[in-house]
Design a protein around this ligand. Structure first.
Ligand SMILES: Nc1ncnc2c1ncn2[C@@H]1O[C@H](COP(=O)(O)OP(=O)(O)OP(=O)(O)O)[C@@H](O)[C@H]1O
Length: 736
């Protein structure tokens, strides 16, 4: 039940400076109430009104959880003295507070606000200080008023403070005239919040601001779906649906927005300016790197032969071609499916450049992929983010990341090799290219048939389609059929051929089951018993990959079931409820968005940090090691012993990960993978998706469900259609 309480802040028991989480004692008449919540700035002695609910904490007993609060500066002498003495006003300490209150009594507050110059009558306060105190008081009461005003529109305190800091006094005008400006200026306010405020303020649905903001929002939504632009008609259609405004009305605003350079229109395609220039500049930088390296010609073949002899391998003609192309060109792309010898080729390239004393950097888009690259090459590989030296001051989305390595401070390497290029989105590609000077060789390696990157663009495919850069495609499968049916079948799936499901294989199995419950049971037995034994792995290393989130075979249900059996509740395991279920110590979890600001540390003896860093990324897998309800912290251990503390408020960035979607598994590999397949929407159940799922497994893949669904997926060549024009931009520049 929602209740309202009020009283003086007696004592601040605990405060987390970072997120404002506070435990305080409130003195309300005769009662003392323990009150917890996120208080931005509360001081002892202040009079607090709070709305929220009582709850009972296992250790700390009854406490009041504040959801909203208002601070009142106390009026009477003693409370006022305490308030002022608590450091609430800069420049006033306890002793000075006592003197001020002794002098002005109950009139203190009025004097401080209205006649602050009179404070100078007190010893220890100069004219200047008096003025400063006055300004602070005005600021405080303005902020207070602003918060009250904003709370009418359902704006939370944290957001309210951001809004106030951005606009100060002009906030009233902005809110009344154009709340959509908030969506442009303030992180955390999107079109939806702005539109809700606009509705309450009474702004017309066909107002110019609303339409412009709606058009822009639709474009950003498209970008979140992977597109770089929308065709004009589609943009108008989607925006008209969103705003409930006729399509005909919208068109004319596009022109205005183009004049303001908010958007760019080209051949009936509409881009945000940012998207347009991302593609254009990426194309330009690629062209600049695309040079033929002089005096590389001599003895390439001979040197490759020498390396082959030394390493005891014989490269295939295409592999040799790839190494030579990497030596000759400033930019080259190596593509091929699993087992076609990409890694072997990279290794030979590395030996080649090593023999020329060149500095070589290796990187991949995810931590897991980088680790695999390190293992396969024996050469240290890092994530692209780490290579570019992600710097601390960044905003949340990948679009606003800042790197230490950029055009002013480029990477000092002779050769840069990037693996798993299919996962690199346009933002990361742009950042990478910005940090590379022409003359440095860039070698991009990836499988263009994997699902496209999570972020916008389809960089690798677009580059290959542009036909403007040297590309070598490896098609011969080196891994023998007897050795790996995973690889052979993946290629068959890609080629649309029939895959034998007779289970005469050592690493590729199909268990035909048509009942959902039976399939769930099969999955459970596979993960908890059979596969760990068969592949010599731990149950948490076996990954269940589902095409979908919802439904009895979707990620959500499967996680619930797997959690129940693999990590049941126990007296020694702390838990934390969240909206979607429960997190428990020992659970396998996944970070589900890029968070460049989240800190990790590698803990040495006695839990002392031995190394620190920033950034946890979409798809990173870890295990919950502890849940601390008092400190409201949940700790996850990620690979390489990186520990990350999440406040309870950040838990929406985590999900149980016994099962994950195939999309989330891109670029990752697991010893063994289990894939349930039983019907599903045609849009989703594609050949591409099946191919990506199967290629995630290193030692063993088990599919379970309906063979018809399996075949239907092989036959379904629908591909996600991304609106991108990187290849056109490359083409235009190449013609110039
Ligand atoms: N020219 C070659 N001659 C003989 N064997 C080869 C050759 N090239 C690669 N192989 C072998 O084929 C297998 C797959 O090669 P590699 O790991 O380089 O492929 P990949 O494309 O990187 O595969 P994946 O993406 O699945 O890791 C390895 O066992 C490798 O030793």
């Amino acid at each position: 039940m929602r209740e309202k309480i009020e009283g003086y802040v007696e004592h601040i028991v605990y405060r987390n400076e970072e997120n404002g989480y506070t435990v305080l004692n409130l003195s309300a008449g005769k009662d003392e109430i323990t009150c917890v919540g996120s208080f931005q700035s509360v001081h002892e002695g202040e009079y607090l009104e709070a709305e929220g609910q009582y709850s009972t904490h296992a250790t700390y007993g009854q406490q009041f959880k504040a959801e909203q609060y208002w601070i009142k500066i106390p009026q009477n002498g003693l409370a006022l003295e305490r308030y002022l003495g608590s450091g609430a006003v800069k420049g006033i300490g306890a002793a000075l507070a006592a003197r001020i209150v002794r002098r002005f009594g109950d009139d203190t507050l009025r004097i401080m606000e209205e006649e602050p110059e009179r404070l100078a009558e007190i010893k220890g306060i100069s004219d200047r200080k008096a003025r400063e105190i006055g300004e602070q008081m005005i600021e405080k009461s303005q902020m207070q008023n602003a918060m009250i005003f904003l709370s009418q529109y359902g704006i939370s305190l944290t957001l309210g403070i951001k809004i106030y800091n951005q606009y100060q006094d002009t906030l009233y005008r902005i809110l009344r005239e154009n709340p959509y400006k908030l969506a442009e200026d303030i992180q955390g306010v999107g079109f939806k919040i702005a539109d809700e405020i606009a509705g309450r303020v009474g702004i017309r649905t066909d107002s110019e601001y609303r339409i412009r903001s709606g058009l822009y929002y639709t474009l950003s939504q498209a970008s979140a779906q992977g597109h770089m632009y929308l065709p004009k008609e589609e943009l108008l259609y989607r925006t008209s649906e969103l705003l409930g405004v006729e399509r005909e009305v919208l068109g004319k605003y596009l022109m205005d927005m183009a004049i303001d350079r908010k958007i760019i229109m080209k051949e009936e395609n509409v881009y945000t300016s940012q998207s347009y220039f991302l593609e254009l500049n990426t194309a330009r930088m690629l062209q600049e790197l695309n040079i033929v390296c002089e005096n590389a010609e001599e003895g390439i073949e001979k040197r490759i032969a020498m390396i082959e002899a030394k390493d005891g391998i014989t490269l295939d003609i295409m592999q040799r071609k790839a190494v030579a192309a990497a030596v000759r060109n400033g930019l080259m792309i190596l593509t091929g499916g699993p087992g076609t010898g990409k890694t072997t080729t990279i290794n030979t390239m590395i030996r080649y450049f090593e023999s020329e004393d060149m500095d070589i950097f290796l990187a991949a888009p995810t931590g897991r992929a980088a680790k695999r690259m390190t293992e396969a090459t024996g050469y240290e590989a890092s994530t692209i983010h780490r290579l570019l030296e992600l710097s601390g001051v960044v905003e949340e989305s990948s679009a606003n990341v800042r790197f230490e390595r950029n055009e002013d401070n480029p990477l000092e390497a002779d050769v840069i090799i990037i693996d798993e290029m299919s996962m690199v989105d346009i933002h990361l590609m742009h950042a990478l290219l910005s940090a590379i000077v022409p003359g440095t060789r860039l070698i991009l390696v990836g499988d263009m048939n994997q699902l496209p990157s999570v972020g916008p663009g389809s960089v690798l495919r677009d580059m290959i389609r542009a036909k403007a850069f040297p590309v070598v495609e490896l098609t011969r499968i080196f891994r023998q059929a007897s050795e790996s049916d995973i690889v052979v079948n993946a290629h068959k799936i890609h080629a649309g051929q029939t895959v034998s499901l007779d289970n005469h294989s050592r690493d590729f199995f199909f268990l035909q089951r048509n009942d959902v419950r039976v399939i769930q049971k099969v999955i459970l037995t596979l993960v908890s018993q059979k596969l760990p034994k068969y592949t010599d792995a731990r149950p948490q290393d076996i990954q269940v990959l589902s095409p979908m989130r919802k439904g009895p075979l979707g990620v959500e249900s499967l996680n619930e079931i797997l959690q129940r059996y693999l990590n049941p509740p126990g007296p020694d395991k702390a838990e934390r409820e969240n909206g979607r279920g429960v997190f428990r110590e020992g659970d396998k979890v996944m970070q589900i968005k890029n968070n460049y600001q989240l800190e990790w540390e590698i803990r040495g003896k006695h839990g002392i940090a031995a190394q620190r860093g920033m950034g946890v990324f979409n798809g990173d897998l870890g295990v919950i090691t502890s849940i601390n309800s008092f400190g409201e912290l949940l700790t996850v251990e990620y690979e390489e012993g990186r520990f990350v503390d999440y406040t309870f408020k950040q838990l929406d960035e985590l999900e149980l990960a016994y099962a994950t979607t195939i999309h989330k598994a891109q670029g990752s590999e697991y010893p063994a993978v289990v894939i349930p397949l039983l019907g599903g929407p045609k849009m989703l159940m594609t050949r591409n998706l099946l191919y990506t799922a199967v290629t995630r497994a290193r030692k063993c893949v088990v599919l379970t469900g309906s063979a018809d669904t399996f075949q239907a997926m092989i036959d379904n060549q629908t591909e996600e259609n991304r609106y991108t024009t990187l290849s056109q931009r490359i083409g235009e520049l190449a013609r110039d």
